[in-house]
Ligand binder design. Structure first.
Ligand code: ZN
Length: 367
Protein backbone atom coordinates (compact mmCIF):
# COMPACT_ATOMS: atom_id res chain seq x y z
CA UNK A 1 0.00 0.00 0.00
CA UNK A 2 1.46 3.30 -1.04
CA UNK A 3 0.85 6.34 1.06
CA UNK A 4 -0.17 9.02 -1.28
CA UNK A 5 -0.71 12.38 0.25
CA UNK A 6 -3.23 14.12 -1.97
CA UNK A 7 -2.40 17.49 -0.53
CA UNK A 8 1.30 17.08 -1.29
CA UNK A 9 0.53 15.97 -4.83
CA UNK A 10 -1.85 18.86 -5.30
CA UNK A 11 0.58 21.39 -3.99
CA UNK A 12 3.44 19.98 -6.03
CA UNK A 13 1.57 20.10 -9.31
CA UNK A 14 2.39 23.17 -11.36
CA UNK A 15 -0.72 24.31 -13.22
CA UNK A 16 1.18 25.69 -16.23
CA UNK A 17 3.20 22.50 -16.52
CA UNK A 18 0.04 20.38 -16.31
CA UNK A 19 -1.64 22.46 -19.03
CA UNK A 20 1.40 22.31 -21.29
CA UNK A 21 1.60 18.58 -20.76
CA UNK A 22 -1.96 18.16 -21.98
CA UNK A 23 -1.34 20.35 -24.98
CA UNK A 24 -2.97 23.59 -23.89
CA UNK A 25 -1.33 26.74 -25.06
CA UNK A 26 -0.82 28.88 -21.99
CA UNK A 27 0.62 32.29 -22.62
CA UNK A 28 1.87 34.02 -19.53
CA UNK A 29 -0.06 37.26 -19.17
CA UNK A 30 1.14 38.27 -15.77
CA UNK A 31 -2.15 37.21 -14.24
CA UNK A 32 -3.11 34.36 -11.99
CA UNK A 33 -6.05 33.38 -14.09
CA UNK A 34 -5.96 31.58 -17.45
CA UNK A 35 -8.81 30.39 -19.64
CA UNK A 36 -8.83 27.35 -21.87
CA UNK A 37 -11.34 25.56 -24.05
CA UNK A 38 -12.87 23.17 -21.55
CA UNK A 39 -11.71 19.60 -22.18
CA UNK A 40 -14.69 18.20 -20.26
CA UNK A 41 -17.43 19.35 -22.57
CA UNK A 42 -17.83 20.39 -26.18
CA UNK A 43 -16.44 23.87 -25.77
CA UNK A 44 -16.11 26.37 -28.60
CA UNK A 45 -14.83 29.34 -26.67
CA UNK A 46 -12.63 29.19 -23.60
CA UNK A 47 -15.03 28.56 -20.72
CA UNK A 48 -12.73 26.84 -18.28
CA UNK A 49 -10.80 29.11 -15.95
CA UNK A 50 -7.77 28.02 -13.98
CA UNK A 51 -6.05 29.82 -11.18
CA UNK A 52 -2.31 29.32 -11.50
CA UNK A 53 -1.47 30.00 -7.89
CA UNK A 54 -4.48 28.44 -6.16
CA UNK A 55 -4.34 25.39 -8.43
CA UNK A 56 -8.07 25.21 -9.04
CA UNK A 57 -10.22 25.11 -12.14
CA UNK A 58 -13.85 25.88 -12.87
CA UNK A 59 -15.78 25.58 -16.11
CA UNK A 60 -18.53 28.17 -16.22
CA UNK A 61 -20.32 26.27 -18.90
CA UNK A 62 -20.43 22.62 -17.77
CA UNK A 63 -19.75 23.41 -14.08
CA UNK A 64 -16.93 20.92 -13.85
CA UNK A 65 -14.57 22.17 -11.20
CA UNK A 66 -12.00 21.09 -8.71
CA UNK A 67 -8.35 21.29 -7.89
CA UNK A 68 -5.47 20.60 -10.22
CA UNK A 69 -5.25 16.95 -9.17
CA UNK A 70 -8.94 16.53 -10.01
CA UNK A 71 -8.10 18.10 -13.37
CA UNK A 72 -5.36 15.56 -14.01
CA UNK A 73 -7.67 12.76 -12.87
CA UNK A 74 -10.37 13.80 -15.34
CA UNK A 75 -7.87 14.22 -18.15
CA UNK A 76 -6.79 10.64 -17.52
CA UNK A 77 -10.37 9.39 -17.54
CA UNK A 78 -10.63 8.90 -13.79
CA UNK A 79 -13.46 10.06 -11.60
CA UNK A 80 -11.92 12.27 -8.90
CA UNK A 81 -14.92 11.68 -6.65
CA UNK A 82 -14.01 8.01 -6.42
CA UNK A 83 -11.22 7.52 -3.87
CA UNK A 84 -9.67 4.62 -5.78
CA UNK A 85 -9.66 6.65 -8.97
CA UNK A 86 -8.23 9.71 -7.32
CA UNK A 87 -5.49 7.62 -5.79
CA UNK A 88 -4.61 6.14 -9.15
CA UNK A 89 -4.57 9.59 -10.67
CA UNK A 90 -2.29 10.82 -7.88
CA UNK A 91 0.14 7.93 -8.38
CA UNK A 92 0.17 8.63 -12.09
CA UNK A 93 0.62 12.36 -11.56
CA UNK A 94 3.62 11.70 -9.32
CA UNK A 95 5.22 9.68 -12.05
CA UNK A 96 4.38 11.87 -15.03
CA UNK A 97 5.25 15.14 -13.34
CA UNK A 98 8.13 13.66 -11.34
CA UNK A 99 6.91 14.68 -7.93
CA UNK A 100 7.19 13.00 -4.58
CA UNK A 101 3.67 12.27 -3.45
CA UNK A 102 4.50 11.17 0.04
CA UNK A 103 6.08 7.73 -0.32
CA UNK A 104 8.93 5.90 -1.91
CA UNK A 105 7.23 2.54 -2.19
CA UNK A 106 4.98 1.75 -5.07
CA UNK A 107 2.31 -0.91 -5.05
CA UNK A 108 2.55 -3.78 -7.48
CA UNK A 109 -1.13 -3.89 -8.30
CA UNK A 110 -2.02 -0.43 -9.40
CA UNK A 111 1.20 1.14 -10.50
CA UNK A 112 0.61 2.81 -13.83
CA UNK A 113 2.61 1.71 -16.81
CA UNK A 114 5.72 3.79 -17.15
CA UNK A 115 5.41 6.31 -19.89
CA UNK A 116 8.31 7.25 -22.10
CA UNK A 117 8.81 10.88 -22.93
CA UNK A 118 8.00 9.95 -26.51
CA UNK A 119 4.60 8.54 -25.63
CA UNK A 120 3.89 11.62 -23.57
CA UNK A 121 4.78 13.86 -26.45
CA UNK A 122 2.49 11.99 -28.81
CA UNK A 123 -0.30 12.23 -26.28
CA UNK A 124 0.31 15.92 -25.77
CA UNK A 125 0.40 16.55 -29.50
CA UNK A 126 -2.89 14.71 -29.96
CA UNK A 127 -4.43 16.79 -27.24
CA UNK A 128 -3.05 20.01 -28.62
CA UNK A 129 -4.77 19.08 -31.84
CA UNK A 130 -8.15 18.46 -30.32
CA UNK A 131 -7.88 21.28 -27.81
CA UNK A 132 -7.11 23.68 -30.63
CA UNK A 133 -10.28 23.05 -32.58
CA UNK A 134 -12.16 22.62 -29.38
CA UNK A 135 -14.90 20.31 -30.50
CA UNK A 136 -13.61 16.92 -29.54
CA UNK A 137 -13.11 15.92 -25.99
CA UNK A 138 -9.94 14.02 -25.28
CA UNK A 139 -11.27 12.37 -22.16
CA UNK A 140 -12.91 8.99 -22.26
CA UNK A 141 -15.13 10.09 -19.40
CA UNK A 142 -16.62 13.03 -21.24
CA UNK A 143 -20.12 12.64 -22.55
CA UNK A 144 -19.40 13.83 -26.05
CA UNK A 145 -19.91 12.02 -29.30
CA UNK A 146 -16.77 12.79 -31.23
CA UNK A 147 -18.25 11.69 -34.55
CA UNK A 148 -21.07 14.20 -34.46
CA UNK A 149 -20.53 17.60 -36.03
CA UNK A 150 -23.62 19.23 -34.56
CA UNK A 151 -23.16 21.26 -31.41
CA UNK A 152 -23.79 18.96 -28.51
CA UNK A 153 -25.78 20.11 -25.55
CA UNK A 154 -25.20 18.17 -22.42
CA UNK A 155 -28.55 17.27 -20.92
CA UNK A 156 -27.40 16.48 -17.44
CA UNK A 157 -25.28 19.45 -16.49
CA UNK A 158 -27.90 21.07 -14.27
CA UNK A 159 -26.17 21.88 -11.04
CA UNK A 160 -27.26 20.12 -7.88
CA UNK A 161 -28.47 22.43 -5.14
CA UNK A 162 -28.32 25.60 -7.26
CA UNK A 163 -28.12 28.94 -5.45
CA UNK A 164 -31.45 30.31 -4.24
CA UNK A 165 -32.90 33.33 -5.98
CA UNK A 166 -34.64 34.57 -2.84
CA UNK A 167 -33.93 35.14 0.82
CA UNK A 168 -36.35 34.38 3.64
CA UNK A 169 -37.27 37.12 6.08
CA UNK A 170 -36.36 35.69 9.46
CA UNK A 171 -37.03 37.00 12.93
CA UNK A 172 -33.81 36.57 14.95
CA UNK A 173 -35.45 37.22 18.33
CA UNK A 174 -37.19 33.99 19.19
CA UNK A 175 -37.53 32.18 22.53
CA UNK A 176 -36.53 28.93 20.87
CA UNK A 177 -33.08 30.44 20.28
CA UNK A 178 -32.73 32.45 23.49
CA UNK A 179 -33.92 29.50 25.63
CA UNK A 180 -31.11 27.48 24.12
CA UNK A 181 -28.65 30.20 25.03
CA UNK A 182 -27.54 30.67 21.46
CA UNK A 183 -25.42 33.83 21.58
CA UNK A 184 -26.62 36.81 19.57
CA UNK A 185 -23.36 36.89 17.61
CA UNK A 186 -23.91 33.29 16.54
CA UNK A 187 -27.52 33.96 15.56
CA UNK A 188 -26.21 36.78 13.41
CA UNK A 189 -23.22 34.94 11.96
CA UNK A 190 -25.34 31.96 10.96
CA UNK A 191 -28.31 34.08 9.90
CA UNK A 192 -30.71 32.18 12.14
CA UNK A 193 -34.29 33.22 12.78
CA UNK A 194 -37.89 32.21 12.79
CA UNK A 195 -39.88 32.27 9.56
CA UNK A 196 -43.29 33.90 9.78
CA UNK A 197 -44.67 32.94 6.39
CA UNK A 198 -44.41 30.33 3.70
CA UNK A 199 -43.48 26.67 3.89
CA UNK A 200 -41.10 27.33 6.78
CA UNK A 201 -43.60 29.32 8.88
CA UNK A 202 -43.24 28.60 12.59
CA UNK A 203 -39.76 27.16 12.14
CA UNK A 204 -36.33 28.30 13.21
CA UNK A 205 -34.43 28.42 9.95
CA UNK A 206 -30.82 27.57 9.28
CA UNK A 207 -29.58 29.04 6.01
CA UNK A 208 -27.47 26.44 4.21
CA UNK A 209 -24.60 27.48 1.96
CA UNK A 210 -22.43 25.52 -0.40
CA UNK A 211 -18.68 25.37 0.16
CA UNK A 212 -18.22 28.62 -1.73
CA UNK A 213 -20.75 30.45 0.40
CA UNK A 214 -23.72 30.56 -1.97
CA UNK A 215 -27.08 30.27 -0.20
CA UNK A 216 -28.66 27.05 -1.47
CA UNK A 217 -31.39 26.12 1.02
CA UNK A 218 -33.02 26.64 4.37
CA UNK A 219 -33.51 23.94 6.95
CA UNK A 220 -36.32 24.56 9.38
CA UNK A 221 -36.61 23.23 12.92
CA UNK A 222 -40.14 23.34 14.28
CA UNK A 223 -39.81 26.16 16.82
CA UNK A 224 -41.34 24.32 19.73
CA UNK A 225 -40.80 21.09 21.56
CA UNK A 226 -44.54 20.47 21.39
CA UNK A 227 -44.65 18.69 18.12
CA UNK A 228 -47.68 18.77 15.87
CA UNK A 229 -48.21 15.19 14.71
CA UNK A 230 -48.41 16.06 11.06
CA UNK A 231 -45.28 18.18 11.04
CA UNK A 232 -41.71 16.85 10.83
CA UNK A 233 -39.37 18.25 13.44
CA UNK A 234 -36.86 19.22 10.76
CA UNK A 235 -37.74 20.24 7.26
CA UNK A 236 -35.47 20.46 4.23
CA UNK A 237 -36.67 21.63 0.83
CA UNK A 238 -37.81 19.03 -1.66
CA UNK A 239 -35.04 17.99 -4.01
CA UNK A 240 -32.26 19.23 -1.74
CA UNK A 241 -29.36 16.82 -2.01
CA UNK A 242 -27.84 16.78 1.44
CA UNK A 243 -25.19 14.24 0.49
CA UNK A 244 -23.50 16.93 -1.64
CA UNK A 245 -23.23 19.54 1.09
CA UNK A 246 -21.68 19.98 4.50
CA UNK A 247 -23.29 22.49 6.80
CA UNK A 248 -20.84 25.22 7.85
CA UNK A 249 -18.06 24.19 5.43
CA UNK A 250 -18.20 27.65 3.82
CA UNK A 251 -17.34 29.33 7.13
CA UNK A 252 -14.66 26.78 7.94
CA UNK A 253 -12.98 27.36 4.56
CA UNK A 254 -13.25 31.14 4.85
CA UNK A 255 -11.82 31.18 8.36
CA UNK A 256 -9.01 28.84 7.40
CA UNK A 257 -8.05 30.94 4.38
CA UNK A 258 -8.10 34.06 6.50
CA UNK A 259 -5.71 32.47 9.00
CA UNK A 260 -3.40 31.19 6.26
CA UNK A 261 -3.26 34.69 4.78
CA UNK A 262 -2.23 36.01 8.17
CA UNK A 263 0.64 33.54 8.15
CA UNK A 264 -0.77 31.29 10.87
CA UNK A 265 -0.01 27.58 10.85
CA UNK A 266 -3.43 25.97 10.54
CA UNK A 267 -4.27 22.52 11.78
CA UNK A 268 -5.37 19.95 9.23
CA UNK A 269 -8.04 18.30 11.37
CA UNK A 270 -11.78 18.87 11.17
CA UNK A 271 -14.72 17.67 13.27
CA UNK A 272 -17.84 16.16 11.71
CA UNK A 273 -21.14 16.12 13.59
CA UNK A 274 -24.71 15.28 12.66
CA UNK A 275 -26.58 18.51 13.09
CA UNK A 276 -26.92 22.26 13.28
CA UNK A 277 -26.93 22.73 17.05
CA UNK A 278 -23.73 20.78 17.47
CA UNK A 279 -22.11 22.97 14.83
CA UNK A 280 -23.17 26.09 16.76
CA UNK A 281 -21.77 24.69 20.01
CA UNK A 282 -18.36 23.84 18.53
CA UNK A 283 -18.03 26.72 16.06
CA UNK A 284 -18.46 29.14 18.97
CA UNK A 285 -15.23 27.84 20.54
CA UNK A 286 -13.18 27.85 17.31
CA UNK A 287 -13.44 24.18 16.45
CA UNK A 288 -13.45 23.67 12.67
CA UNK A 289 -16.73 21.78 12.44
CA UNK A 290 -19.19 20.70 9.78
CA UNK A 291 -22.46 18.77 9.93
CA UNK A 292 -23.47 16.01 7.57
CA UNK A 293 -27.27 16.45 8.00
CA UNK A 294 -27.74 13.20 9.93
CA UNK A 295 -25.83 10.08 10.93
CA UNK A 296 -24.38 9.34 7.53
CA UNK A 297 -21.56 10.53 5.34
CA UNK A 298 -21.24 10.35 1.58
CA UNK A 299 -18.12 10.11 -0.55
CA UNK A 300 -18.94 13.50 -2.02
CA UNK A 301 -19.01 15.01 1.45
CA UNK A 302 -15.65 13.45 2.24
CA UNK A 303 -14.36 14.83 -1.06
CA UNK A 304 -15.40 18.32 -0.02
CA UNK A 305 -13.41 17.98 3.19
CA UNK A 306 -10.33 16.76 1.34
CA UNK A 307 -10.63 19.57 -1.21
CA UNK A 308 -10.79 22.08 1.62
CA UNK A 309 -7.30 20.95 2.62
CA UNK A 310 -8.04 18.75 5.63
CA UNK A 311 -6.16 15.52 6.15
CA UNK A 312 -7.62 14.37 9.45
CA UNK A 313 -11.19 14.12 10.66
CA UNK A 314 -12.84 13.40 13.97
CA UNK A 315 -16.28 11.91 13.64
CA UNK A 316 -18.66 12.69 16.51
CA UNK A 317 -22.14 11.46 15.84
CA UNK A 318 -24.85 11.49 18.49
CA UNK A 319 -24.73 9.13 21.45
CA UNK A 320 -27.66 7.01 20.33
CA UNK A 321 -28.23 3.92 18.25
CA UNK A 322 -28.57 5.87 15.01
CA UNK A 323 -25.37 7.75 15.73
CA UNK A 324 -23.41 4.62 16.51
CA UNK A 325 -24.65 2.72 13.49
CA UNK A 326 -24.01 5.75 11.32
CA UNK A 327 -20.46 6.09 12.64
CA UNK A 328 -19.67 2.49 11.80
CA UNK A 329 -20.69 3.08 8.21
CA UNK A 330 -19.19 6.53 7.91
CA UNK A 331 -15.78 5.74 9.34
CA UNK A 332 -14.51 3.59 6.44
CA UNK A 333 -15.82 6.15 3.94
CA UNK A 334 -13.90 8.84 5.77
CA UNK A 335 -10.78 6.71 6.19
CA UNK A 336 -10.66 6.05 2.46
CA UNK A 337 -9.51 9.62 1.95
CA UNK A 338 -8.00 10.88 5.19
CA UNK A 339 -6.87 9.97 8.67
CA UNK A 340 -10.07 9.39 10.57
CA UNK A 341 -11.07 8.74 14.11
CA UNK A 342 -14.36 8.30 15.82
CA UNK A 343 -15.45 9.55 19.19
CA UNK A 344 -18.25 7.68 20.91
CA UNK A 345 -20.46 9.77 23.10
CA UNK A 346 -22.29 8.41 26.09
CA UNK A 347 -25.89 7.37 25.70
CA UNK A 348 -28.21 10.25 25.03
CA UNK A 349 -25.44 12.81 24.61
CA UNK A 350 -25.25 14.97 21.52
CA UNK A 351 -22.18 17.01 20.64
CA UNK A 352 -24.00 20.22 21.57
CA UNK A 353 -24.20 18.86 25.12
CA UNK A 354 -20.57 17.86 25.37
CA UNK A 355 -18.69 18.96 28.46
CA UNK A 356 -16.21 21.82 28.22
CA UNK A 357 -13.44 19.43 29.16
CA UNK A 358 -14.25 17.18 26.25
CA UNK A 359 -14.54 20.08 23.84
CA UNK A 360 -11.15 21.35 25.01
CA UNK A 361 -9.58 18.21 23.59
CA UNK A 362 -10.96 18.73 20.08
CA UNK A 363 -8.98 20.17 17.17
CA UNK A 364 -8.83 23.93 16.65
CA UNK A 365 -8.11 25.97 13.55
CA UNK A 366 -4.66 26.89 14.70
CA UNK A 367 -2.32 24.31 16.09
ZN1 ZN B 1 -16.73 22.53 -19.39
Amino acid sequence: MTWINFQTVRESLDVSEVLTHYGFDVKPNGQDQVKICCPFHDDHKPSCGLNLTKGVFNCFSCQTKGNILDFVARMEGFDPDQPRDLRKAAVLACEVFEIDGGSKETPADDQPKAKTKGEQAVKAAKRADTAGIGNVSPTPSAKVDATSTAPILEPDVEAVNPPLTFELKLEPEHPFLSDRKIAKELVQEFGLGCAKRGSMAGRVCFPIHDEEGALIAYAGRWASDDQADDKPRYLLPKGFEKSRVLYNLNRVIAKREQLIKKGEVVDDAIVIVEGYWSVLRLHAVSVPVVASFGASLSLQQVSLIVQAGFRKAVLIFDGDEGGRKGSEQALPVLASRLFAKMVSLEDGVKPDEMSDEFVAGLPRYVR
